[in-house]
Design a protein around this ligand. Structure first.
Ligand SMILES: *[C@@H]1O[C@H](CO)[C@@H](O)[C@H](O)[C@H]1NC(C)=O
Length: 184
């Protein structure tokens, strides 16, 4: 009986989440959002990504704002072949906190929504609005490589409600010397 009630409530919750557009952070402030962020959490359920789950590291990203409100993101990636940086260009929309991005990998335009941030600790970012196994990602960015347990929990809950299975919600360990420190 109780299980049934809980199940119904869960389904209603999931359905309403899946159908409502996710709103960006209220009064989003791009200047305060700029700077260094570690990607300490990633929810990604693509089948092609499964072999890389265990190898994922909490990469460093640097957000810079262009004068017109667009965003450049430099993301570092620790791979077996070395530490590489990649640039991403997010175009602003008329909704603050909402950007679009052309994914060359998937050959499609995606929505980037900064769902929630307090600027000095964490940011919850959703890539793509409607859940799609291959295209949707939820990222948790942190100003430091370790975040409070309640923030990690907030990220996990958000990803579960977006339809991600538990095993696709990752909190990878810190990257080792990536980007390399100036001393070598
Ligand atoms: C953003 O990237 C473009 C293209 O690489 C570059 O011309 C521009 O200077 C960058 N802007 C900032 C603020 O980093």
């Amino acid at each position: 009986m109780w299980t049934a009630v809980v199940a119904v409530v869960m389904v209603m919750l999931c359905t309403s989440m899946a159908h409502s557009d996710v709103k960006p952070q209220r009064d989003f402030n791009l200047q305060r959002f700029t700077g260094r962020w570690y990607r300490v959490g990633l929810a990604y359920d693509s089948a092609s990504f499964v072999p890389y789950r265990e190898k994922l590291k909490a990469s460093l990203g640097v957000v810079t704002a262009q004068a017109n409100g667009n965003v450049n993101l430099t993301m570092w990636d620790a791979t077996p072949a070395g530490c590489h940086s990649k640039m991403y260009y997010y175009e602003k929309t008329n909704i603050p906190g909402q950007f679009t991005y052309f994914s060359t990998r998937h050959n499609m335009v995606k929505d980037i929504t900064v769902v929630e941030t307090n600027y000095n600790e964490y940011a919850l970012v959703l890539k793509h609005k409607v859940f799609h196994r291959e295209y949707t990602q939820v990222a948790l960015y942190g100003r430091t490589q370790r975040l409070r347990a309640d923030i990690i929990q907030k990220f996990k809950t958000f990803a579960l409600l977006r339809g991600f299975p538990r095993e696709a919600i990752l909190t990878p360990p810190a990257a080792d010397n990536c980007p390399p420190s100036p001393s070598g």
